[in-house]
Design a binder for this molecule. Sequence first.
Ligand code: IVH
Length: 683
Amino acid sequence: MADLRVLVEQANAAYYVEDAPTIDDATYDALKAELVALEAEHPHLAEPDSPTDRIGAAPSEAFGKVTHSVRMMSLENAFAASDVTDFVARIRGFLSLPDDAPLVMTAEPKIDGLSLAIRYESGRLVQAATRGDGTTGEDVTANARHIRDLPHRLAGPDVPELLEVRGEVYMTHADFAALNDGAEGRVFANPRNAAGGSLRQLDPAVTARRPLHFFAYGWGALSRPLSDTQSGSVERLAALGLKTNPLMRRCDTVADLLEVWSEIEQRRATLGYDIDGVVYKVDDLALQGRLGFRSTTPRWALAHKFPAQTAWTRLDRIEIQVGRTGALSPVARLTPVTVGGVVVSNATLHNEDYIAGRAADGTEIRDGIDIREGDWVRVYRAGDVIPKIDAVSLERRPADARPYAFPQTCPACGSDALREPGDAVRRCTGGMACPAQAIEKLRHFVSRAAFDIEGLGTRQVEAFYRAGWIAEPADIFDLAARREDLLATEGYGEKSVSALLAAIEARRVIPLDRLIFALGIRHVGEQAARLLARRFHDWPAFVATVDAARVEGSEAWGDLTSIDGVGTVMARSLTTAFAQPSERGAIDRLVAQLTEIQRIEAPQAPDSPIAGLTLVFTGTLEQMSRAEAKVRAEALGAKVSGSVSARTDLVVAGPGAGSKARKAADLGVRVIDEDEWLKIARG
Ligand code: IVH
């Protein structure tokens, strides 16, 4: 059986990965049939990763969650060649690399699929997880075993103990077309959705019938480095039996990068799979390490996107959607048109100025041409973004087309819709009395990054709101009293109602950052909520500060706005929301339903001599750029400030340090030189 497994695996790799079959189909089928028969006869000898269970493995329950040991990042986007020049200049600046010092970069296609992390232990595929939110993804191991380009066992003599491969799952154009024309009848919008839908199938047998492919371009956790360069590591991945993209190149200059970009763009239509740009990466992994990451993207990589694709179509109607914070957002309903392979029937119109042909600062957009119902418009889409309209045809404008009159009242509740001075957006003043706002708030509340209640999705929330069972988040926790009503609802049975009510009960315990995000306060996103939770640790401290910060310039106001990443706009939005009686009422009623708001601790300060200290850099640093010094100091747990005060703990003074070094001396603050700083920085 072991021999048969190896033979079948080798044949699979030759056929699917190398595109160079080593045996004919009949021989392959016979080997596989023999293995299947033996496994049926001796089930205790069947391996969990046998090539025979690529089809028809047992259906799993809903996907489990996987916490990524190394966060899965996204990429900074660029559209213009000048962005690429800036990117390389920024890297050189950060690393203090002179213009004539070599800096090798790689360039490779940006595959338009979905990212996957696959864990190999002692060379065996043991787990595969989707990106999810970057921190936690879905366990799709059973399905990933059906991806043809993924070996179940790594090849070669030097297989690492642990290797987490990262790359992109995609579907080819040909397979996509066949799937859409096939018996399953399900029509996906594009190959990327088809790949996503196929990978996240509850029944692995369905995944098995969907031809998925994979390109490896990176890694997460590793027992030992693959190489000391990006390109060398990717070569190692290929040697281990993983499929890597053949178009990857090493480049020495920005001109080389742009040339590869043009070459890849020219080949785009004939590749047979979707790509949406070219990714550039610093080749030297030691330099990647020094450059590090911003909150969600590495400093050492850039996605240089291809230009947007466009198409002309008719704008049938303009509709207004009312958002969670009352914003009236106009949406264009279009006669469906294919733009770069995707059917588009809606486009965003931003706000009333945009429709009128004006930008926020009063300057003209589209040469001042307004958008009217019945117009022919040019639609474009770039990457993932919502399609937009960038041109209007005056020649084809119908004679009876009238300028669009933006509503002055909320279409959902009839309340006045007002525009504050300086705000581009008109907002409904109905608050929670407006059904559209209430539903959007509830949808936000149950969303994945907020309360994430199993079985309570946006559709259910909307239905329960319309039935009059829930009007605000706090009411969700009273749904237990609606058991009979729920049982009478279509699609619910004894089991699902019990499961739903249990899931709701479980959420009476919630981490502080999720709670803050769930409140749906304007400008307070997921990242901001995390920063606030880390700073204030518990709910009482957070509320006390927000309440006291109502007086701008107060100490509490200072506490709030001194958080890196919390500006005055966000602080004002928070204090306003908490001071507004109806909104505060809803918040207090929600909190009364909770049994525990879990504390959030600030991330452990690293063990370093400067952890917790406030540093100021002044003068010229000769060995390390200011940018790198700041990032390094922060990684060591210090805070970097621009000016010296009584709160400064340490000043790093390079040559030419002037007033700041003098002020430090006056205040008795410790001053060190660059050499001493480098000793700290390099541990
Ligand atoms: S590198 C830390 N390389 O693009 C850097 N990503 O927009 C991780 N993608 O989440 C990404 N092709 O899913 C990298 N050749 C490539 C890629 C690629 C496609 C995806 C990946 C990532 C997304 C960011």
